[in-house]
Design a protein around this ligand. Sequence first.
Ligand code: MN
Length: 714
Amino acid sequence: MQARGLPSSSATLPEANFLFHELSSYLKREDVSELQNAYLFSQSAHSGQFRKSGEPYISHPLAVASILGKLRLDSQTLAAALLHDVMEDTHVSKAEISDRFGKSVAELVDGVSKLDKIEFQTHADAQAENFRKMLLAMARDVRVILIKLADRLHNMRTLEAMRPEKRRRIARETMEIYAPIANRLGLNNIYHELQDLSFRYLFPTRYRVLNNATRAARGNRREMVTKILDTIKQRLKAAGLDAEVTGREKQLYSIYKKMVEKHLTFSEILDIYGFRVIVKDVPSCYIALGALHSLYNPIPGKFKDYIAIPKANGYQSLHSTLWGPYGTPIEVQIRTPEMHRIAEAGVASHWLYKSTDADLNDLHMKTHQWLQSLLETLSDSTDSLEFLEHLKVDLFPGEVYVFTPQGKILALPKESTAVDFAYAVHTDIGDCCVAAKINGENAPLRTVLRSGDRVEIVTASHAKPNPAWLNYVVTGKARSHIRHFLKTMQYEESAKLGERLLNQALMSVKVDPQTISEAQWDKLARESGAKSKKDLLADMGLGKHLPAVIARRLATPGESDSGPNGINDVITILGTEGMAVQFAKCCRPIPGDPVIGFIKKDQGLVIHIHDCPAVSKNKGNSDNWLDVAWGKSIDRQFEVSIRLMVANERGVLARVAAAIAEAGSNIDNVAMEGDGVYTTMNFMLHVRNRHHLAQVMRRLRRIPEVAKISRQRG
Ligand code: MN
């Protein structure tokens, strides 16, 4: 299939010679010869390949380059156009293109190849819009889009060779995706041709009938057109204007659209003559308008000043419709040569007729300038500004566009991760996501998505949002749902703790919690500013109300007699209370330590070691303190801090770390200081309880270099 590296046996096509001749009118000689090399390379890579029409494959990239040559694009774009299918259809690598033709050309070819891999699948309008955005977002360089549009244009021109259902599919995609992109970029000639060709293959019969009728009608009216043309020319000359006047033929598709949308008959539309007047500057445009209005009467309400208020894609002209001879309407467009260039080529107009010395590399800059110039001309039309903002977003993407497994496209802000995607699909999927598959491969949930990715989320019914996700999610939706979930979880945990705290406090004042009526609860909740009993319990768990105080208010005289006697239950700590119970950072209690609980406002129950200095400091607030005890079977690890003084010997840290690991503990953190004879090491370890800690310390003492060892508290 490929004959890469071999001298090309096939001769250069005559169209190629014609193209290089044309290009030499505006490109440097060495650029043209580089393009000849690109042509020969592509011809050789595609040798043995043929198009459906039977022509050698190279005729296609050549035609694409010719379309772009007419727009006078730079030599890199043209080289990339000649090479645009070699990566996809032959085995030439990006690196090889880069070696031979430079990095920029390779990037352009790669960009076009990436767009080719994406297929438009769904039919909804909103999806078409997203798909257009995705294409624009994926093309970092506008030239990629220009090549893609030229590629599509040539494929549409040669669509006849395809099977009918393939023709329809490609025509529909062109009408929905590519023609609107051409329109946005102001590439009007390409836009109209894409529309007409799509129309032809989407509605072959209508197209044929309309085409024949238009031809016949135009033939009949030629004499009339010539007459009006001459009259207009004379009148403009008499007004002192040097004008170029041409008859204008309507696009078949726009005739068809007008018939459908305005319910007009064919002859009602075709009986309108179109003329274009080009004059040297803006004042001349208005003079020409005045001259024509005095020649034929204008039809009221048909005058549009797109010079003062340009269309969003930069189009400028004066439009007016006049009553011509025998009552036939005449549409005129009046513009300057500059406006004409933009009307025909939009964003590409900046490459037109530019001096060859200009720096043509920085296309983003040029596109930016184009958008900027549009912004300046579009002063007070809000609609247009919105449209333009939209386009700006497209060309300087702040969004990524990714596929769901069903082929739907989602738009997400830049830097979005798989978790953002999961929440964008559905809250339940976000809440239960555990892993992601991106383009079929396993990927962490924190993976940042790129346009064109196909994303699949793996969920598990027991899974819960992870607070760590808040570090990397970027969408508001993901953020607020994760926060909401954590808050709810905290509420549930606090309410449970609050109930335990209150029950203990009630016992100590000899009240059986079972004897408290709903009415008492309601009254108490109201008085405490809580919405419900559960809210009140959660508030107690969070330390907003002290259980001892609430218990005293519930223990009204007379009722306390019936309560259980002298039971002073303590709160058992299991280490599974979640956010409602915290272990004080000052003393870091572990199971086995004698402990005491302190109810801290808005934080819930904080557990301290009995003789922690913080305890004696706050002993005064006796209502805040309560007795707690460790539960029997605690199945988790606790943080503890120990300090070692060791002799400064080689490898001592490794021996210490090994001893800790052998004792079944994990090191969370280590800090060292001192560089003399001794070094002090501060370890943060994970241990199950005091017994476990004792084992760890025993092992450490066996190391000869360890001179001193102590547990740190505060
Ligand atoms: Mn192609």
